[in-house]
Ligand binder design. Structure first.
Ligand SMILES: Nc1ncnc2c1ncn2[C@@H]1O[C@H](COP(=O)(O)OP(=O)(O)OP(=O)(O)O)[C@@H](O)[C@H]1O
Ligand SMILES: [Mg+2]
Length: 430
């Protein structure tokens, strides 16, 4: 009996000690559980507190955290999301059930999805940038996303966390900055170009006005003595009956007239004014100039052909006097290209609206111009003629420029020259 009692007692004390151990273990486990709960709560609070939209999934892709910021971004509450799986977060965020960055983060072997504007994997963390039109109740937002896997103490992947930052304001500011930078650069380029053009025009104008005022002064000073010479020659011829003397005097008069012509050229050059624009029947003016040129050179053996494709009332905005001056100079040059006073001159004009231009070409089969001389044509006083002033084309170039048109030359030595004038029908508004 006492043996039995002893055995029972021993068993009882064993039971007690096991019981004690179990109670201790339960207490410890409870404490550990509480610790875990506290840690979990703290972690949840931290995630909740984060300013960036953040959510966490476990390894089965079930959502275990969905913070305040992502609630605001998506408009979907935490209570609706926590516990959901099967890419529910992708549907809420992108409207599509497809793997997200965090899925790629959990699976390092997985190919990076191409639907992001920018995506990079650095040391296991994936960064991406994308515009999502459904966010903020359809307002849309540019977002910067960062996702990384979560590990347990044995380095096994147990889930993933994804954090999303709204960078719309920054993106918009960048776009505005870029736009401003581009338009500023374009404006600077445009202004620099305009400045350079004005600078060139100013330099040209200064150069021409200096030459112009010199030419005007010289021409003016020469006019009076020439007039005196002419009167004196006339008076002498009246008083003399000697034919030899008369012939000398008539020679003097001829030279005086030639000199006067040169003076007139100089004066017309120095007096180029701002055009007085009016509606002019340009073909009519050209026709009158052609007729006047034929009269001037009536003794020359020149076959002049004209083809003027204008209707009766075709008009352009121009200064009629300056147009005459332009055509007369070009016609004179055409005639003067025939050293033997013999040749062919073709004048072709066309009124084209659209494109809104009047063109006139003057083609001769005269001596032609060398490539070297072609470059010097508009230089003041460039001439190859013994009696030329070399101002005709300088004047033409100026007049055409004042009318916002252009002059083109094509020439071959021994074959002839073609000069083409292009003038706009309407003036550009200032
Ligand atoms: N149709 C042409 N054929 C050949 N050479 C030409 C023609 N037109 C112009 N030239 C050349 O260009 C030069 C300059 O012409 P520009 O009309 O400016 O002066 P110019 O005719 O010599 O003198 P002017 O001041 O009397 O007109 C001429 O001297 C001539 O060498
Ligand atoms: Mg000339």
């Amino acid at each position: 009996m006492s043996k039995k009692i002893k055995k029972l007692r021993n068993f009882n004390s064993l039971l007690r000690s096991v019981n004690q151990k179990l109670t201790m273990e339960i207490i410890q486990r409870k404490a550990a559980e509480n610790k875990l709960k506290t840690a979990y709560q703290q972690l949840s609070d931290i995630i909740e507190f984060l300013p960036d939209a953040t959510f966490v999934i476990d390894k089965n892709r079930t959502i275990i955290a969905w913070n305040k910021a992502i609630e605001e971004m998506t408009g979907v509450k935490k209570a609706e999301m926590v516990g959901k799986s099967d890419y529910a977060y992708a549907v809420t965020l992108f409207g599509q059930d497809r793997p997200l960055l965090m899925d790629m983060a959990m699976n390092p072997e997985k190919e990076i999805e191409p639907q992001y504007n920018f995506i990079k994997r650095i040391n296991g963390i994936i960064y991406a940038e994308v515009f999502v039109s459904s966010l903020y109740s359809g307002k849309g937002a540019y977002i910067w996303i960062k996702a990384q896997p979560l590990f347990d103490s044995e380095k096994n992947i147990v889930g993933a966390v994804e954090s999303i930052r709204d960078i719309t304001a920054r993106k918009e500011a960048e776009a505005i900055l870029q736009r401003d930078k581009d338009s500023f650069e374009n404006l600077t380029k445009e202004r620099t170009k305009q400045l350079l053009e004005v600078q060139k025009k100013l330099a040209d104008a200064k150069h021409l006005s200096e030459i112009g005022s010199l030419a005007a002064t010289v021409a003016h000073e020469l006019r009076n003595p020439l007039a005196a010479i002419r009167t004196a020659a006339y008076n002498i011829s009246k008083k003399s009956s000697s034919p030899r003397l008369k012939s000398h005097l008539s020679n003097i008069e001829k030279k005086v007239l030639e000199s006067n012509q040169i003076i007139n050229n100089l004066l017309s050059y120095s007096r180029i004014k701002v055009p007085h624009f009016e509606e002019v029947k340009i073909c009519k003016i050209l026709e009158e100039c052609i007729d006047a040129a034929k009269d001037r050179y009536y003794k020359w053996d020149v076959k002049l052909t004209k083809k003027l494709l204008c209707r009766k009332n075709d008009i352009i905005n121009a200064d009629p006097y300056q147009m005459r001056e332009l055509f007369n100079n070009l016609l004179n040059n055409g005639y003067e290209s025939f050293l033997e006073k013999k040749g062919k001159l073709v004048i072709f004009a066309q009124y084209q609206s659209p494109p809104g231009f009047f063109t006139a070409s003057f083609s001769d089969n005269g001596i032609g111009i060398s490539p070297g001389d072609l470059k010097k044509l508009a230089e003041p006083f460039f001439t190859t003629k013994s009696k030329g002033t070399g101002l005709g084309l300088t004047v033409c170039q100026q007049l055409v420029r004042l009318h916002e048109g252009k002059l083109d030359f094509q020439s071959e030595i021994g074959k002839g020259t073609q000069v083409t004038v292009t003038l706009p029908i309407e003036r550009k508004p200032a």
